[in-house]
Design a protein around this ligand. Structure first.
Ligand SMILES: [Zn+2]
Length: 133
């Protein structure tokens, strides 16, 4: 799985501007409750625990692989799509990049793709333990 993943050009729809603005600056933005501090996925709308307001917050980018599938495009390209658990707790969908042997719990780190066309977006790469960062 080392080929460049090029399925779809990502366009923002207005709801996730801080997510894409963050991705453009290599920052993984997600949602956090202002009242109780719990973390949520980028598409969450309110806090089910305390009904507090969610604000945008920068996550560490560290995650663990939960589940994955390979998507196929009409042109024959493939892209591994993953459900990951962020270090802060929430689960979110993303793409895998250069993960040769996916397995549940695989440590991942967000990295960012800045295509010529469309929005920047995060991909998750295998995180090597004990090698800095
Ligand atoms: Zn809350």
């Amino acid at each position: 799985m080392t080929a460049r993943q090029t399925i779809g050009t990502i366009r923002r729809d207005g709801r996730g501007d801080p997510f894409f603005d963050g991705a453009a600056e290599d920052r993984l933005m997600t949602r956090r409750c202002e009242a109780c501090g719990r973390w949520y996925a980028p598409d969450a709308t309110d806090c089910p625990e305390c009904a507090g307001e969610l604000a945008w917050a920068e996550a560490s980018g560290e995650a663990a692989l939960v589940s994955w599938a390979v998507a196929h495009s009409r042109t024959g390209e493939t892209a591994p799509l993953a459900l990951v658990e962020l270090a802060e707790g929430p689960w979110m969908y993303g793409r895998l990049d250069a993960v040769a042997a996916p397995r549940e719990g695989l440590p991942l780190r967000a990295s960012f793709v800045h295509p010529d066309e469309g929005e920047s977006y995060p991909v998750f790469k295998e995180r090597r333990e004990n090698r800095g960062l």
